[in-house]
Design a protein around this ligand. Structure first.
Ligand code: F6R
Length: 608
């Protein structure tokens, strides 16, 4: 998704703005641009493609400027092109960068065109620059014009505005799109993502919806929705360079896969005692509230939704709670009936996914007991807007494909299940069993990571095909779905997941020697049935790659059977995810794709 960075400094800012754009590359983008204030005019550079192309333009132009805004764009309205890249401008005075979507852009554009403003791009963003210039004509101040323009905008936005006539400050505004200020030494910054400016400061101010702020090199001022000057809390955050660099790994995704033992440890640390989950780990009085819960509703997207589907199984078997799960993007469109004493749960790595936030905001209008978030980013909107939150503490996840976020979400959802079971006085022995298993989980994951060499040997068999099928049963069906999602998003191989019993109801027709079938066969009552399903695949020439419990034996012919380390069955969905992540990564390596920034995808999907 788009990324914004802005700086007002006592030194040259061109380089630091471009470095900030580099740090936001992981979010996914298609073009980049920068506007830098100089006395003789604004330097306005844009490129289609990677930030390094913009950097090359900068090296040729050698701008010198202490004030600037920059952007990486992920196309929503208008194709990826230099013309559609930000910053957009109105005459040679107002330059803006924008994240989000302006929903009433058609009518506003028409109105502005009728007033004589000429549009050069197909974006919904350019009109913001014209609107500000229009309102400047009858405003008492620049801030006043921003408020007048804001009143007209419907949708979501974070914007940064550079005015050629003001050599000292940048104005930023936020409405339903993340934006923060960074306080530096002899400089102040603004960005949509703290990682963009983490090398420059550890003091951040997270703006609230409706806020407008003016930053200059030695001061800043924030105004609230009513244009009244306000103070917002300064948050100290240590986002170390280690967390944001690949170290010896080839890709962030690879680093994040191998960080999982540590990440899981951080999720459970301080939240479980010797025999049980600790009280109120979701916030003050969460236990008391959990004792009233009779029903669960989960809404999430993508990988986070898969985590929810696994958890639904735990919630019913350990906490005795019925659970409904929805794609966050669909939830509010089905007029959901809310039963009494229902708890609403969202799951999100970023805490900024627009569909999930929209579902949360809809749920807050309904008769839920409370809202609970499972989230990795403490400063996110989701964290702020939920009644109770559990942070997964996985550390920054940079690779677009979620890995450690998923397994730590699962660990967090197990903690939620245990907390609900405890509050309802259910299954004390089972709770102790799960807590003990959770403590050994980092070690089991370490062992699962050692399967890498075996997986590297099987990867060419998958990488050489264009399609693949993932099979699992019961709680392993969502794990199979997650495996398929990982493979398709980074290797571009078509991958589908099925509950193995469904094969004979249609997908079996797809099986031939060009269809690798990746199956999950943990030891359980379903393993035996799954193995008969796999025999059906084998009989039709399908190549089998089976991840299985050590007790499972079967002839996979030219395929491969890989045994996973033993662990408590309830935790196996977490452990079986590991080889699927490694497989997707190794296959993508063989296919030479852009693993950390796969085509068309964005890390944090901040548009609905
Ligand atoms: C897949 C992936 C996406 C995200 C989804 C939700 O690897 O990363 O499917 O899981 O966009 O994002 P969050 O969890 O940030 O709400």
């Amino acid at each position: 998704m788009c990324g914004i960075i802005a700086a007002a400094s006592s030194r040259n800012v061109g380089k630091l703005l471009v470095q900030g754009l580099h740090r936001m590359e992981y979010r996914g983008y298609d073009s980049a641009g920068i506007a830098l204030h100089q006395d003789e005019g604004v330097v306005h550079l844009r490129t289609l493609g990677k930030v390094k192309l913009l950097e090359e333009k900068m090296i040729q132009e050698k701008p010198r400027s202490k004030l600037g805004i920059a952007h990486t764009r992920w196309a929503t309205h208008g194709e990826p092109s230099e013309i559609n890249a930000h910053p957009h401008k109105s005459s040679e005075r107002i330059y803006i960068v924008h994240n989000g979507i302006i929903e009433n852009h058609v009518e506003l554009k028409k109105e502005l065109e009728e007033k004589g403003y000429a549009f050069t791009s197909q974006t919904d963003s350019e009109l913001i620059a014209h609107l500000i210039e229009l309102y400047l004509q009858d405003s008492s101040s620049f801030i006043d014009a921003i408020y007048k323009a804001k009143k007209r905008l419907e949708g979501a936005y974070a914007i940064a505005v550079l005015d050629y006539q003001d050599p000292n400050s940048i104005v930023v505004a936020r409405h339903k799109s993340p934006l923060l200020i960074g306080l530096g030494t002899d400089e102040n910054l603004a960005a949509s993502d703290p990682l963009a400016i983490a090398q420059l400061t550890n003091e951040f101010i997270f703006l609230e919806d409706g806020d407008v702020a003016r930053i200059s090199s030695d001061s800043y001022e924030i105004f609230d929705t009513n244009q009244a000057s306000v103070q917002r809390a300064i948050t100290k955050l240590d986002i170390t360079s280690q967390a944001t660099s690949k170290g010896d790994y080839r890709h962030f995704m690879e680093k994040e896969i191998y960080e999982q033992p540590e990440a899981i440890l951080n999720t459970i640390d301080g939240r479980v005692g010797a025999e049980d989950v600790l009280d109120n780990i979701f916030g003050l009085n969460s236990n008391e509230l959990f004792s009233k819960v009779e029903r669960i509703q989960i809404a999430a997207c993508g990988t986070s939704l898969h985590a929810g589907r696994v958890a639904a199984n735990w919630l019913s078997s350990i906490a005795g709670l019925p659970c409904q799960i929805d794609y966050a993007s669909e939830y509010r469109y089905r007029n959901p009936y809310v039963d009494k004493n229902s708890l609403f749960i969202t799951i999100s790595q970023s805490g900024e996914t627009a569909d999930t936030l929209a579902a949360l905001s809809y749920a807050k209008e309904q008769e839920y007991l409370a809202t609970v978030g499972i989230c990795n980013v403490p400063t996110s909107t989701l964290a702020r807007e939920s009644d109770f939150v559990l942070f997964t503490n996985a550390g920054p996840e940079i690779g677009v494909a979620s890995t450690k976020a998923f397994t730590t979400q699962l660990a967090g959802l197990l903690l939620l299940t245990l907390s609900l079971a405890k509050a309802r006085g259910l299954n004390p022995k089972l709770r102790t069993r799960v807590v003990e298993a959770l403590r050994t989980l980092p070690e089991v994951i370490r062992d699962a990571l050692k399967l890498k060499d075996q997986i590297i040997e099987m990867a060419p068999g998958v990488a050489s095909k264009d399609n693949s099928l993932f099979l699992g049963r019961g709680i392993f069906y969502p794990v199979a779905k997650e495996g398929a999602l990982k493979l398709k998003e980074i290797s571009y191989i078509h991958a589908e997941a099925y509950p193995a019993g469904e094969l004979k109801h249609g997908p079996l027709a797809l099986i031939d020697e060009d269809m690798p079938v990746i199956a999950l066969a943990p030891e359980s009552e379903i393993a035996e049935k799954l193995i008969s399903n796999l025999e059906e695949v084998k009989a039709r020439g399908g190549k089998l790659y089976v991840f299985a419990d050590p007790s499972v034996t079967m002839d996979v012919k030219a395929g491969r059977l890989i045994h996973l380390p033993k662990c408590d069955f309830l935790l196996t969905p977490i452990v079986y995810t590991i080889p699927l992540q490694i497989l997707a990564y190794e296959v993508a390596l063989l296919r030479g794709t852009d693993i950390d920034q796969p085509r068309n995808l964005a890390k944090s999907v901040t548009v609905e």
